[in-house]
Design a protein around this ligand. Structure first.
Ligand code: NAD
Length: 382
């Protein structure tokens, strides 16, 4: 594993939990973790249960006892590490967004395909049982033709103007703002559930353009204890908020919104899909539930039903607890890495992978181009 803070913790925890719940075809062994700060990475290795640590990720890639490289660094380091890992014949799992640019994403896919390694992109929200169940309902045609997909990812953690210019607000490290950080998740969910994007028109906004220099001490949870470095300030050069409309290849119409300025919304990742025979709704902050409406329900009893997706019949749910014994955020990662382990053991493709990463990155690029040109942009032209 390269990096060890927010996602480092989520991933390490998930690898360790897999054998508790699943008979996966391979069991992860936490062999080595890399970070630049020796005291920090030593402590991460101890806490997360890694057998060893390195202060340069290249040393991990050189090691013969490592089969998989997991990239949980900020976005500007994804491509270099992934390409080096794949070229060395290691399987690669990478956090989202796959890359800084579409060109980088394509190079990562090419490197992974050239070596025939298993590659995976960490869009963990696909792996909530309720989301997987929504996918099954749509695939079975239970909603019929899809008319609408509307999705929002609403947060509020950078609204305070004195909150520092953390890496997620610096283009050279992050690539884009709310767009690549959180719109990436909802557009991935839309591709997973509804299909491919055809064209996009967008608008982006940066509300607070200058902030004190500084970083968070650890993960997003520490947003209330940021580290301010002196009196200097710097320019925010990414979007604080992004909104876009989309036409899908299958004729669906999409409305998307991602912002970190929606006061009161801590992690409001939600979607609603409307088809000719019904609708489904999901929200991360209530992630065990799927709301479902069918137009052919008996008159007088029509309405959204709330389904608790913790029954045996719901994907992945049976691996955990009896029905109604709910699961949480961390289980999305356990489910994702269970698929990775099975893919590696059986040398088969897993999803979402770097191909999805390239397709997602093309949508991100189209959103950026449209915001600049104020025109509709076809994703295929990216
Ligand atoms: N799937 C999700 O829901 C989700 C959630 C949060 C973050 N992410 C993604 O995960 C990645 C990491 O985000 P985070 O929130 O964990 O960030 P973070 O700031 O909490 O942790 C980043 C880690 O990378 C390390 N690092 C930075 N540059 C490095 C380098 N060159 N070599 C080695 N280590 C380096 C840092 O020291 C730190 O340990 C980002 O790509 C982000 O977009 C995904």
């Amino acid at each position: 594993m390269v990096g060890y803070k927010f996602m480092g913790k989520a991933h390490a925890h998930a690898y360790r939990d897999i054998p508790f719940y699943f008979d996966s075809d391979a069991t992860p062994v936490l062999q080595g973790i890399a970070g630049r700060d020796e005291a920090g990475v030593r402590e991460a290795a101890r806490r997360y249960g890694f057998a060893s640590y390195e202060t340069d990720w290249r040393r991990l890639i050189d090691r013969q006892d490592i089969d998989v490289i997991d990239i949980v660094t900020p976005n500007n380091a994804h491509a270099e590490i992934a390409i080096a890992a794949a070229t060395a014949g290691k399987h690669v799992v990478c956090e989202k967004p796959l890359a800084m640019t579409l060109d980088e994403a394509r190079q990562m896919l090419t490197a992974a395909q050239a070596q025939g390694v298993v590659h995976m992109l960490c869009h963990n929200y696909r792996f909530a049982p309720a989301v997987q169940f929504a996918k099954r309902l749509i695939q079975e045609g239970r909603l019929g033709r899809i008319y609408h997909v509307r999705a929002q990812y609403l947060q509020d953690w950078i609204m305070d103007p004195s909150f520092p210019l953390v890496w997620r607000l610096r283009k050279e490290v992050t690539g884009s703002g709310a767009l690549g950080d959180i719109a990436a998740h909802i557009l991935d969910l839309a591709r997973f559930l509804v299909g491919e994007f055809r064209e996009i028109v967008s608008a982006v906004e940066t509300f607070i353009e200058e902030r004190p220099l500084g970083e968070m001490t650890s993960g997003l949870n520490a947003s209330l204890s940021p580290n301010i470095e002196g009196n200097q300030t710097g320019q925010v050069d990414v979007d604080d908020a992004t909104a876009f409309l989309a036409h899908f290849e299958n004729g669906a119409l999409g409305v998307f919104e991602a912002t970190r300025f929606a006061a009161g919304n801590r992690n409001g990742n939600r979607f609603e899909i409307n088809g000719e025979k019904g609708s489904i709704r999901w929200s991360l902050e209530d992630m065990n539930w799927l709301e479902v409406y069918f137009t052919d329900d008996e008159p007088g009893l029509q309405g959204f039903r709330r389904v608790n997706c913790t029954e045996e019949v719901h994907p992945y749910a049976g691996a955990y607890w009896p029905a109604g014994h709910i699961i949480g955020y961390e289980h999305t990662f356990i489910n994702l890495f269970k698929e990775l382990m099975d893919g590696i053991a059986n040398r088969r493709d897993v999803e979402p992978n770097f191909e999805d990463g390239v397709k997602n990155q093309a949508v991100l690029a189209a959103v950026e181009r449209s915001a600049m040109s104020r025109q509709w942009v076809r994703v295929a032209e990216m």
